[in-house]
Design a protein around this ligand. Structure first.
Ligand SMILES: [Zn+2]
Length: 341
């Protein structure tokens, strides 16, 4: 046993270590304990060589396969904001202050139009996936390795179209088997880089993405499969966890100097809403930036890893109309707490 140092208060030290040990044990298990674990967005390879990721799509316990949702993404003062849009695939009539601002700006002058583009609505999909092979595991520390684990995958429309093809092609498609853990088909996400666009930006190319031809089980033991299927995330709850309250919307809208444009609509559409008092006085500029810090963490908690900046530039896929939008994935939380109780 090491000799005791005269510089260290032994009793205090033991207490300290015990406390730390306790804190460590108290950390909630990230799976199935109020936390959602998201899969880090897969990265692209080069123009000639794809990076390949293998995953299995899995349904949640309500039998939901994957869900679509909308979001607004923008950056202000080097901070990124990823805001779930209140409009849902089922109810586009819901009031969303960001869509509202976007609409109004769109009717304005050139500058306004540019601004509108900044707040435009984007779509995304989310699905439970079992990670069969993520090549980044090779270099990842043990705690960040994901092979053989369950994650939530947020994917763009280009991936969805691959899924739809498989589901709707009655002759060749694998149908429900793309969601079957026991006798199903992996999704091989193959990502190359496109040639730089006119602004020099390089976008990922998902064209080679396909489902495996040979059906397999995700795990050898039936019990293990049961266990995995038992811990899938509830997609509806997950989406709900992304909601932010009206006060936060108000603060951010003010921060972006959009409040005057939409205030009337906002008050009319949000029942019994009272504008925050502090911001009433100072109205514009500095107010909000100070106050919203807490909310920003929503997008900042992401585990920081070497590639983040790169990803921001590149990982967002192109949508059909070829509109380039900044990426959001690496800005999203790896861990997301359910905040709706
Ligand atoms: Zn919206």
């Amino acid at each position: 046993m090491a000799k005791k140092s005269k510089w260290i208060d032994n009793k205090k030290f033991r207490e300290f270590v015990n406390q730390k040990r306790k804190e460590k044990n108290e950390k909630p298990d990230p799976v199935g304990d109020g936390y959602y674990l998201k899969w880090r967005n897969p990265q692209m390879g080069t123009q000639t060589k794809a990076k390949v990721y293998k995953i299995r799509l899995l349904p949640d316990k309500d039998g939901e396969f994957y869900k679509k949702y909308f979001y607004h993404f923008f950056q202000t003062n080097e901070k990124s904001y990823y805001i779930k849009c209140n409009k849902t695939a089922d109810n586009l009539d819901n009031y969303c202050p960001w869509c509202n601002a976007n609409q109004i700006l769109w009717k304005g002058n050139e500058n306004d139009k540019k601004k509108a583009y900044r707040y435009k609505r984007n779509e995304r999909f989310v699905c439970n996936v079992f990670i069969v092979d993520d090549p980044r595991d090779v270099d990842a520390d043990n705690e960040f390795k994901v092979n053989g684990k369950l994650r939530l995958y947020e994917f763009p429309a280009t991936i969805e179209s691959k899924i739809i093809n498989e589901l709707t092609d009655d002759e060749q498609g694998y149908g429900e088997k793309i969601f079957d853990p026991e006798n199903g088909h992996d999704l091989f996400i193959k990502i190359k880089a496109k040639a730089p666009d006119k602004n020099g930006k390089i976008w990922p190319d998902y064209a080679d993405t396909a489902f495996s031809k040979v059906p397999t089980a995700i795990l050898e033991e039936k019990e293990e499969i049961e266990k995995t299927m038992d811990s899938v995330y509830d997609l509806s709850k997950y989406l709900k966890s992304l909601d932010i309250d009206w006060k936060t919307h108000e603060k951010l809208i003010k921060q972006e100097l959009l409040w005057d444009d939409i205030k009337e609509n906002f008050m009319r559409n949000v029942e019994d809403y009272k504008e925050s008092e502090e911001s009433e006085k100072e109205e514009s500029e500095e107010t909000a930036s100070e106050e919203t810090k807490t909310e920003e963490t929503e997008t900042e908690e992401t585990e920081t890893e070497e590639t983040e900046t790169e990803e921001t530039e590149t990982e967002e896929t192109e949508t059909e109309d070829n509109d380039d939008e900044p990426s959001d994935e690496d800005l999203l939380n790896e861990l997301k707490k359910i905040n709706q109780e």
